[in-house]
Ligand binder design. Sequence first.
Ligand SMILES: [Ca+2]
Length: 406
Amino acid sequence: MRIVPFFLCPFVALALIACSSSPEKVAGASSQRAVTRVRVQADVPDGRQAGVISKSGTYATPASGRAYRDGSFASASGIRGDYAGYPGAARLVDKLVREEGFDRAYLEQVLARVERQQWIIDFVTRPSSKKSTRPTGAWTRYRAKFLTQDNISKGASFWRRYDKVLRRAQAKFGVPPEYVVAIIGVETRYGGYMGKHRVIDALATLAFDFPRRSAYFTDELEAFLIMSRDEGFDPFGPKGSYAGAMGLGQFMPSSFHKWAVDFNGDGKRDLWNPEDAIGSVANYFASHGWRAGEAVAVRASVSGAGAKAMKTGFDTSYSINALSRNGIAAPANLGSGGQASLIKLDARGGYQYWLGLKNFYVITRYNHSSYYAMAVHQLAQAVGARRGSSTSILTERGTSDRHPVL
Ligand SMILES: [Ca+2]
């Protein structure tokens, strides 16, 4: 789903930072807010000193100063607290009052209670590790985070428990149970890690203090406030990932509006309810073009050096003829109009090539990453095999990864 950008994928990120400092630990740094509020920074990016008078009368500058780049000054805004003086916050209030009929005083009260989370900014702006041009076995390490015995067993248990719901979702949306189960497994370990951070704080922090994705997260914050009003919950209630993703399927608020469904018939769309989450994930896939009865990916058998020169990735598209010209054997019953993407995995021991079919591409709509989609696919296959009733329709012997070596 374009639920969250890849680097913001909640569980992936959680796994990546688990070895160093956890977000929870870093969150403790929020107690330093009082310090940053009164500190006047000299390195405001555009060279101007941008300060505001906080409600306590102290001269304060947001630690990043970035919110002031556009030069406007929202002195007329009644917003107090961490987002006092942020033009983006004032504009959002104006928009919600004008277009959605919100009460201005209510919104100002809500924003006054929102807490800026510096650790989130630190986390999303940390230097990324250098991408190696040589094989490093990155896929093998990535896969090992998700394809664990524990995750496969819990997936089989989750499936057993919600079998009826999963089958109902398959009947309605055409998505096999194992793929819905695998998404929920990769995203949250079947609800074990749904995030502990106040969604409103995360969204506001990224909307107002992370310029590169400010427009995206401002829209998400807007969607979240509308969601809280329409669904009748306190906007300070929901907890989620540091990027504001919620529930078992880690939906962002805009995804909630577009694709969440009430699948247990209680009149509410509840991302934390397993039945609603199952229906919502299946609906997401169906809405993004899932083809019932078609395979997801098949391992490619490669001969010669032709494949090495080919562009790879989930957004490539090759005909069977083009593949075979380059020494890649494709099963005749590919589906997907005979087209496939060529996926290259940096596996320990050498590159692996796979053919990604239409449904593989659909999984990348959840998270724009070939590794993510392949982890979902392989976890789905492994859970299906464990359960002994996989609905996989892979027919080519030896081309699936039904029994992965763990
Ligand atoms: Ca419901």
